[in-house]
Design a protein around this ligand. Sequence first.
Ligand code: 3H9
Length: 685
Amino acid sequence: MSVITTQRIGDILVIVSNNPPVNALGQAVRAGLAEAIAHAAGEAAIKAVIIRCDGRTFFAGADITEFGKPPVGPSLPDLVDAIEQCPKPVIAAIHGTALGGGLEVALGCHYRIAVGSAKLGLPEVKLGLLPGAGGTQRLPRVAGIADALTMIVTGEAVTASKALEIGLLDRVVQTGSLADEALEFAAEVARAAGHPVSSLRTDRIAEAANHPQVFDKFIAENARRLKGFDAPKACIEAVRAAVDLPFEQGIKRERELFMKLVSGTQSRAMRHLFFAERQAGKIDGIPADTPLIPIARVGILGAGTMGGGIAMNFLSAGLPVTLVEREQAALDRGVATIRKNYERTAARGRMTAEQVEAAMALLTPTLAYEDLADCDLVIEAVFELMEIKKDVFRRLDAIVKPGAILASNTSYLDIDEMAAETKRPEAVVGLHFFSPANIMRLLEVVRGARTSPSVLKTVMALAKKIGKIAVVSGVCPGFIGNRMLSPRQREAQKLLLEGASPWEVDAALTEFGFPMGPFQMADLAGLDLGWTAETSSSSTIREVLCERGRRGQKTGSGFYDYDDNRRGSPSPETEAIIAEFAAKSGLPQRKFSGDEIRERLLYPMINEGAKILEEGIAQRASDIDIVWLNGYGWPAFTGGPMFWADTIGLKTVLDGLRRHAEALGPDFTISSLLESRAEAGENFN
Ligand code: 3H9
């Protein structure tokens, strides 16, 4: 069946797209739409046209899989022009998400109506692109500069009610069917004398033409978001062209900027991440008909920062949580923190007071382990020590009902050892949340040797429900993320002893695009994690810093000195401490360039990633990219560590590792997978 069908209802032509799953505007869809519009234009008896979609959504954008392939017409910009130039009024009837090219099609239409639940947006920037089918020129003309800039540069969609408010929609259909309402609307406008043409409008951009500083203000306010990324800057430039240039020239500018982005590395990297994110949810070796375990109540052991953060995920998704602590005071503190976090969100307008109360009402705090009995999933977030974990698993196994899932939030330890303490190793899984657990999107799902397919499939589905990106990892110390962090930390420490300063090491990574470097991160987390004055033996730089009261940002000093606004500056005291350790090490002291620091820190990570792949710990290279992007701040515009390695060439990485072999030390071994792929001129992805 054709993806585009048409139906005549009286003097109205209804064009319907049916291209599952998201009605992407692939070639067949574009051709069908162009043909139907041409027919409507030439047929005197047709007085108005409706474009709508079947399935779960209006057009969700251009077909991303077509990028990088030879273009086959009609092009999307030509299609949008043809719709706009149709002498009959064309109405977009929107449900689901009108995104990217989808919204650009709607902007080419003379009118737009939508159901109340619809969302409209131009998310191209998230793919390292800008709207390339007129969106940067038409949206400002329809919705005004301020809202258009925000939508295009952030890529965030707006709700139907917001779209109505800013003039992007003409009507929101509150009751009744969209198809019927569209027909009624079409009959109304068919009788009107003229119809709004987005490209001809100037009313919404006139003000910005007189106040060009709106762009500078926007750039100043969004500096952090823009850093390192090419696309947002190009988006701003294109919208500026909508104000400065006539429509035809503005479109030309948009095209030039789009072509440059679409053929660049950043967009390739970000498109890779789009598909990588979706791929991560797919688990190898699990039959499609594997049943899900119903999860009606979640139990959490430990009401500390981690346990409380984990609990919030489920409460926010409407799932009841039983929260267990050993002492009343700790339990009260945990519950109070959860409430405080929700109230802060409400104060920022991102939650209503009713929603706060609804979430809190789902929480059952208790001191009784036995209260976990009827939970369908229990996650332990107790102290990170194997003996304690084992004890917890034995107790949970005895209490929690049969069939329930038992999970550990360990970030490092062996899930199989914990599972072995139970009579249901198939029900045991790792759920490694990242701190702050209510905010960070990453969830490492650790598949034990005996974890059942049902358990795995259930936790992956649950992760989606609570808004996490889940990546499956096999069992090994540190799983995917922390295992790759280890060599980076090791090299960062060694560099200090060889003459690099913490500020140089951090700067090498922030220049690369990380939000912070290893020493800034350590200061933020607190240098005294796991440190005690009693056991401190002045044997590492970190210990000495702690002994001197330099325990990180919270104490006003750590590796760095901090001012009242927690802005760090290089510390002479830290330099002196490092110099002492360096002298003791006997290592020759020298200067390091940013490039050399990056090679020393990042290449060993790629090597570890290759080992993780080789051992089957990660299912695919792109899963590793997703972990590092969402858990550790790896810059998105490089596509993640493994994609980045592919971009610079695996041979470059291999040669770099060989060049640094002496500094990396005798224990460092090169992954055979990296070696063979590099020698064969192959990639990871
Ligand atoms: C653009 O429009 C450029 C123009 O300005 C200029 C052109 C000249 N293409 O996310 P889901 C697949 S750029 C191809 O799991 P959900 C996706 O890979 C585009 N495929 O569903 C997945 O495949 P699989 C601007 C696409 O319900 C399946 O559909 N638009 C596309 O969670 C289901 O996806 C965007 O950036 C696509 N455009 O979310 C919007 N979109 O099942 C991108 C999806 O094999 N899309 N697929 O893994 C989205 O944000 C979400 O998919 C959406 C649905 C919200 C629509």
